[in-house]
Design a protein around this ligand. Structure first.
Ligand code: S3P
Length: 187
């Protein structure tokens, strides 16, 4: 699929997938990016909930994290095979080696990287994330980020440092970086 950008032409033959921690803004930025490119948008967490007919918190409580990761993997591979789109994934999607291989083969992967303080500010308003229902959510978030940083970094074609809420600037940056990755020397 071809999207004509003000800064050039973006030829994309596979989905653009956003990875990163809870609170990095994957859904918000993903929706804005899909609007700018006129691509379909999917949020893998939402698709998991639709398929399961219940919330992610309920899946964790009833069936456990391992079951959630299996369903998440199936959803992501299905979305990857559905043609060009923008897909926001759950923060732990990269924990599955199978999902990492599927992303490596079938997507342009964008890591939205943010500090624990930025992430914490964003997640503290929401009570919906089962992994953060601990006595010290900031310490939990920090430990998860430490465990996952190498996985995100190795999976990413592009890394975006998220410091502010300016989705427009982030979207412009991603599009430019993708253009350069896909057609080196084009921007
Ligand atoms: C998770 C992140 C959540 C959701 C689930 C597990 C994680 O998605 O998939 O609660 O392991 O980091 P968001 O990153 O969209 O909050």
């Amino acid at each position: 699929m071809k999207a004509n950008m003000s800064n050039g032409t973006l030829n994309v033959d596979k989905p653009i997938v956003l990875i990163g921690m809870m609170g990095a803004g994957k859904s918000h930025i993903g929706r804005a990016l899909s609007g700018a490119l006129d691509f379909r948008f999917y949020d893998s967490d939402k698709v998991v909930e639709e398929r399961a007919g219940c919330s992610i918190a309920e899946i964790f409580e009833r069936d456990g994290e391992d079951k959630f990761r299996m369903v998440e993997h199936n959803v992501i591979t299905d979305l990857l095979s559905g043609g060009v789109s923008v897909i926001a994934t759950g923060g732990g999607a990269v924990l599955s080696a199978d999902t990492r291989s599927a992303l490596e083969r079938g997507a342009y992967v964008v890591w939205l990287s943010a500090s624990v303080d930025v992430l914490m500010e964003r997640v503290q308003k929401s009570q919906t994330r089962p992994l953060l229902q601990t006595d010290d959510p900031k310490a939990t978030l920090s430990a998860l980020l430490e465990q996952r940083t190498d996985l995100y970094s190795n999976a990413a074609d592009i890394t975006v440092d998220i410091q502010s809420d300016h989705a427009g600037e982030t979207v412009d940056f991603i599009i430019k970086a993708l253009s350069e990755t896909i057609n080196p020397g084009s921007v």
